[in-house]
Design a protein. Structure first.
Length: 97
């Protein structure tokens, strides 16, 4: 039995060590039909994960944009206050001189 290889999914005979060769015998796990089905399932899982990751990234980017816009507004207000403060200092120095 150890010299015969069967499909992991459907159980059909894939071959023997002599007919497949040593390396192919060790490597092969499924018949062609089952391998196609298995590969399609793997790709579907990968695509689902890829799309999920994309949605997560876009959601995080939107959150970061909102936070940066808030920080930008605060910085603009601080800048305006500093400009007003500077103008007041200039006026005071202009009046004192």
């Amino acid at each position: 039995m150890s010299d015969m290889k069967f499909c992991k999914d459907c159980g059909c005979l894939l071959g023997t060590r002599d007919t497949l060769g040593q390396q192919r015998f060790n490597r092969i796990q499924r018949c062609e039909e089952c391998q196609k089905i298995h590969r399609a399932a793997q790709k579907a899982v990968y695509q689902r994960e890829y799309r999920k990751d994309g949605r997560t990234v876009r959601r995080l980017q939107k959150q970061q944009i909102l936070e940066l816009e808030k920080a930008n507004m605060v910085l603009q207000k601080l800048y305006e206050l500093k400009v007003e403060e500077l103008e007041q200092e200039r006026k005071r120095h202009g009046q004192e001189v």
